[in-house]
Design a protein around this ligand. Structure first.
Ligand SMILES: [Mg+2]
Length: 371
């Protein structure tokens, strides 16, 4: 038996260049409150959380989740004592143990983020033990490379990298009125002119719009041939998404959401209620590699694509394994990578290597925060 002997936790300074992240012009649901700056600061200084699961034979695997070091307490005081001594290769069972045990304070949010990091680390170990990349363990690649689109206002970089399109943040929401609508439209026009007629353009709203505003904004953006509007409503407004989708579809625009949703059950609700054309589950949030694979399978049977939110390398291993996932997101915010990897990026595509596990090692250039 391959025993888990320890689960180590580490927090690193956020590797995204703070200045760029902080000044990213995007309307968020809290932007309207005087506390907005304090909230941004908390996000900015939250740090990147990494777990390292260590086994009896010395093997180890990495998993990570977002800027929420609250996950550290959950791992140290709850999941670590629960898992130490267990068989590291019983990944499916351990996911279920963690989910069931954390039910009273879990089901969504930070508990699922912590579970995501541990589950992903276990897949890394499985790969290293067998000498195979994780995508191979999942059933192999369905295509050679992954087609990329760029996210962020750095559209010059997107074009230079050969990305097939750009997703740009929408800087204004309902509070900015008619002036803000005109500014949003101006951004999209500028991207269309720069990227050319064949580029796909996506608009990210980070839950900062509402139903009527989205309908009006979509009508204004229609002439620019945008591909999708992302997360215009709050994640729990399923009824809003359900009503909005056919309205946008009639304009030739797709509706996407799901980066703030968790588990197969959350994804099932969004899919069954007809809320999404493209689901954007995040491997670091949704429950890890095990859960993202289940979500992909369910989506593939319901005519829904899954284009994961900011895929880290573990996310890429699931994407390359699924016919439901046609492309990947690349963030162009000038981040120092958390992990050193050996995948290749060429002519707008990413190609994974055949290194065991995820083929990742911690980047020594990152600043570790002491506990
Ligand atoms: Mg988004």
């Amino acid at each position: 038996m391959l025993k888990i002997t320890d689960i180590q936790t580490m927090v690193f300074e956020s590797p995204v260049q703070e200045e760029k992240w902080y000044k990213l012009p995007i309307q968020r649901p809290y932007t309207k409150y005087p506390e907005a700056d304090a909230i941004q600061r908390l996000y900015r200084t939250g740090g990147i959380f990494v777990v390292k699961v260590v086994c009896s034979d010395g093997a180890y695997g990495y998993g990570t989740t977002g800027t929420y070091n609250v996950c550290r307490d959950m791992v140290e005081h709850f999941f670590r004592p629960l898992l130490v001594g267990s068989n590291a290769l019983e990944i499916e069972r351990l996911w279920d143990v963690m989910f069931n045990a954390s039910l009273p304070f879990g089901r969504r949010g930070a508990a699922l983020m912590a579970i995501s990091a541990i589950d992903t680390a276990l897949w890394d170990i499985f790969g290293k033990e067998t000498g195979l990349p994780v995508y191979q363990l999942l059933g192999g690649k369905v295509r050679e490379g992954m087609r990329c689109y760029g996210t962020g206002p750095q559209i010059e970089q997107h074009k230079a990298m050969g990305y097939f399109g750009s997703k740009i943040p929408m800087p204004y929401g309902p509070e900015a009125g008619a002036w803000g609508m005109r500014e949003n439209e101006a951004r999209v026009r500028q991207v269309r002119e720069f990227m050319g007629g064949d580029a796909e353009i996506m608009c990210d709203c980070w839950c900062g719009w509402d139903y009527p505003y989205t309908v009006r904004m979509a009508e204004r953006l229609r002439p620019y041939g945008i591909t999708w509007i992302e997360e215009p409503l709050m994640p729990d407004d399923l009824e809003g998404y359900r009503r909005l989708r056919p309205v946008l579809n009639r304009m030739g625009i797709l509706l996407t959401t799901g980066e703030h949703e968790h588990t197969r059950w959350g994804a099932r609700e969004l899919i069954d209620k007809g809320c999404v054309d493209i689901l954007q589950a995040d491997v670091e949030y949704c429950g890890g590699v095990s859960e993202l694979k289940k979500i992909m399978n369910y989506a593939s049977a319901h005519h829904v694509h899954v284009i994961p939110h900011t895929p880290s390398v573990p996310g890429m291993h699931v994407i390359i394994n699924s016919t439901a996932s046609p492309c990947i997101e690349r963030i162009t915010l000038g981040a120092t990578p958390l992990f050193l990897t050996d995948y290749e990026e060429k002519d707008g595509y990413v190609y994974l290597s055949d290194s065991p596990g995820f083929g990742i090692e911690l980047n020594p250039d990152l600043t570790r925060r002491e506990p």
